[in-house]
Design a protein. Structure first.
Length: 91
C-alpha cells in the first residue's frame, strides 16, 4: 500500500499552516508535522477510518487526528489523501 497526497489536501495543509502561523509558528509547524505523519498508521490498517457512505461506490473514509479530520480514498493498493480540515470548520 502507498500513500498519495492530492493537490487539494496539500492546499488544505498550507491553508492550515498559514492560519496557525499567524498566531504561533512553532505550533503551526508541530501541527503540520503531526498531520503529515498520521497517514503512516493507515498503511498497516487502511480501513480503520469511518467509511463515508455518501461517496459510494467509492471507498472514502475519514480519520480524526487530534482535532483534524482527514479524508482519504482507497483504490486498490493506493491510499489517496483527499481533504483535511479542523473539526470545527463547516466543510
Amino acid at each position: 500500500m502507498q500513500v498519495k497526497w492530492t493537490h487539494k489536501v496539500l492546499s488544505d495543509l498550507a491553508r492550515l499552516y498559514e492560519f496557525l502561523a499567524a498566531v504561533n509558528r512553532q505550533t503551526a509547524a508541530l501541527t503540520v508535522q503531526m498531520l503529515t505523519t498520521a497517514p503512516k498508521n493507515l498503511l498497516m490498517n487502511p480501513r480503520i477510518g469511518e467509511q463515508l457512505l455518501e461517496f459510494e461506490p467509492r471507498e472514502v473514509r475519514r480519520i480524526i487526528v487530534n482535532r483534524y479530520e482527514m479524508r482519504y480514498e482507497i483504490q486498490e493498493s493506493t491510499l489517496y489523501l483527499l481533504r483535511l480540515s479542523h473539526t470545527r470548520e463547516d466543510r
